[in-house]
Structure formats: structure tokens, C-alpha cells
Design a protein around this ligand. Structure first.
Ligand SMILES: [Fe+2]
Length: 349
């Protein structure tokens, strides 16, 4: 299986994954032979790329941290929280949400030694619900690697799911504005963490750790964030983790005001704001554990050749093992001495 950006999809390619809509309904099933119509539809949905199966990549396994069914159920439940919770009872939703959180925490704990293959969850894009689920999963992965207890991971993942629920109360025109906001609009936007806190406290039974993490998810490590300009360790660890996960997912995803950035560019951005916007402890972990060249992706080398990433190596995330197109030669950029003059110059996404 390998990842193909949507503009490089061709007729008769075999889809290697299932595709869902914003409500978690399946749109195209795995193993479908793509038609021009399918491809146009995938592009229309704003999905940046998909996994396909072919002979060249049949030995490449993509390790899913979260099963597609769990992901789908999580999107559905978060959709309900965002859309319906103001009119209907919330007890059922809360129980269903906790159930999904438990599954995600169990899955991340089981795989906490796996290098995080960032693209796994990036095929779902562009909707607040997907973003909420992505942030919950990314946070859980980071939290597990930071050795948080299971209980703390439950709180962290719950808060990751709910961090942006306050946006329901902000005019969508402001949220999606592809332009600079006026000072009044910006103030409304910056109120969403507090709105979320009040809404969740009034309508649900989440504990204070969850509520505070939601309230604090836009605070900056250096005190320049909002809404309360908290600093360093005064900000809860859960909020400091969600902060990084939120920015990571927002930047690597498509938004009304920008095209997706490459994982390597986003990691560089995050590193550049280490200690200012982000907690150094969380950033350090991210640099060590997150793959910038995800397994299954096509890369361009400094000598002009193209290859697919086969495996990443802890500590040398810039130098994975790759398989060359054409010769099908396998190169370990970390261990093979003969490859030391080769670098990866581009990730094709
Ligand atoms: Fe937010």
C-alpha cells in the first residue's frame, strides 16, 4: 500500500482504504478500482490523498494506530456533541464519548513504542469533527509517550475531542473567514475556550482536569496566549499537549485560508516556536517520535531519483529506509554507508 496525492490518482488504481464522509458514512469501499468519477469525487471532498494498493508497494504495511471503525464512531459521536447536544439530553452522548475515548486510549497504550506515522489520520480532512478526533488521537499518542497514567490519558483524550466545542457558539462566518479578522471578530473567536468550558460544565459531568484543559488549549508557554495569559507549568500538561496537537493537525490539514503544509515544515514551525508557543518537553518528544516521511509516501532524493518510504528509524527520522522506483532497490539511509551522500529533498503529498 502507498500514499498518492489526489492530483496523481489515475483510473484503475485500486483504493487501499475506506473513505468516509463528515458523518462517518462510508463513501468508497476498500479495494474499489478507481474511475475518473471516483477521483473527481475524492478531489471534490477536499481529501488530499489516499492509499492505493499496487504490486510495487504490496510489501508495505501501514500501521493503523486507530481502527477505521473506532475513528468512524468517534467522528459520529463528536458530530452529535457539536450539533445536537443543546436540544437533547446529554447523558447518552457523554457515555458514548467515554466509550470511544477508552478505545483510543487502549489502542495508543498498546502501541506507545511505535513511531508515529503522521499520515495515518490525515486522509480525513477539513471538518471540525475530524479535526477534533485527530487532535484527540494525536494528544493520546503524545500523552502515552510521556507516560501519563491511563486515567490522565482518558482526561487528555476527552479534552482533545472537546477542545473546540466552543466554536459552535461563534458565527461560522468568523470561523471560516479567509481574511484577517476585525478586532471585534477576533475577540469573539478568542472567547471559544471559555464558551466551551461554560457549556461543558453546565451540560455534562466531565471533571475539572478535562474542563481546564479545554479552557487552556490556546495558552502559550511564554504567557502570550489566550484567554487568561497563563504561563509555563501553570498551564495544565494536558492543555500543553493539546496545544501542540491542535496546531499540528490544523497546519497539516486543508483550511479555508491555507493549503496543507508538509509534516516536516510543520515540525520545523513547531521547533521554531519551542518555549514560546509550545512546551519544550512536548516538542522534544514530537521531534524524536514523529515521522516526517511517513511510511508509504513518495519522496524525491537529492540525486533526482524517486522512492517510497518503507520504514522509519527512531532518532534519525530524516533518514528512513526507502524503496527506489524503477530498480526497486532498497536503501537504508541511516545504516548504509553508501547512501550517506543522499538526502531527501521533497515529500510528495
Ligand atoms: Fe481552539
Amino acid at each position: 500500500m502507498r500514499y498518492i496525492p489526489v492530483h496523481q490518482l489515475e483510473e484503475n488504481m485500486i483504493l487501499g482504504q475506506e473513505l468516509y464522509d463528515a458523518d462517518g458514512r462510508m463513501l468508497i469501499s476498500k479495494h474499489t478500482e478507481l474511475t475518473d468519477e471516483n477521483i473527481a469525487f475524492i478531489a471534490f471532498l477536499g481529501i488530499p490523498g489516499v492509499y492505493i494498493d499496487d504490486e510495487f508497494s504490496e510489501d508495505i504495511q501501514i500501521q493503523e494506530i486507530i481502527e477505521p471503525e473506532v475513528y468512524k464512531a468517534a467522528v459520529q459521536i463528536i458530530h452529535r456533541v457539536f450539533i445536537y447536544s443543546m436540544d437533547e439530553g446529554t447523558d447518552n452522548e457523554e457515555a458514548a464519548l467515554q466509550e470511544e475515548v477508552r478505545k483510543i486510549v487502549k489502542a495508543t497504550l498498546k502501541q506507545k513504542d511505535v513511531l508515529y506515522n503522521l499520515i495515518n489520520i490525515k486522509s480525513y480532512d477539513g471538518y471540525t469533527y475530524f479535526h477534533s478526533v485527530n487532535v484527540a488521537i494525536l494528544s493520546a499518542v503524545l500523552g502515552a509517550k510521556l507516560h501519563l497514567s491511563e486515567e490522565e490519558l482518558m482526561d487528555l483524550t476527552t479534552a482533545g475531542f472537546l477542545h473546540d466545542v466552543g466554536k459552535v457558539f461563534v458565527d461560522p462566518e468568523i470561523i471560516n473567514a479567509p481574511r484577517k479578522l476585525t478586532p471585534e471578530e477576533r475577540a469573539m473567536m478568542m472567547d471559544h475556550p471559555r464558551l466551551a468550558y461554560d457549556f461543558l460544565k453546565t451540560n455534562y459531568h466531565f471533571n475539572e482536569n478535562v474542563l481546564e484543559a479545554v479552557y487552556q488549549h490556546h495558552e502559550w508557554y511564554n504567557g502570550h496566549g489566550y484567554p487568561r495569559r497563563m504561563e509555563e507549568k501553570d498551564i495544565s500538561l494536558l492543555a500543553r499537549i493539546i496545544k501542540v496537537a491542535d496546531v499540528y493537525d490544523a497546519m497539516t490539514g486543508r483550511r479555508s485560508y491555507h493549503e496543507p503544509y508538509l509534516p516536516s515544515d510543520v515540525l520545523e514551525y513547531i521547533m521554531g516556536r519551542n518555549g514560546m508557543e509550545f512546551d519544550p518537553e512536548v516538542v522534544k518528544l514530537m521531534i524524536a517520535e514523529f515521522c516526517v516521511y511517513p511510511v508509504g509516501c513518495e519522496v524525491q532524493l537529492s540525486d533526482g531519483r524517486h522512492a517510497v518510504v518503507l520504514e522509519n528509524h527512531r532518532g534519525t527520522i530524516m533518514r528512513p529506509t526507502i524503496k527506489l522506483f524503477g530498480t526497486e532497490e532498497i536503501l537504508n539511509l541511516t545504516d548504509d554507508r553508501s547512501t550517506w551522500n543522499i538526502t531527501i529533498t521533497k515529500l510528495l503529498m
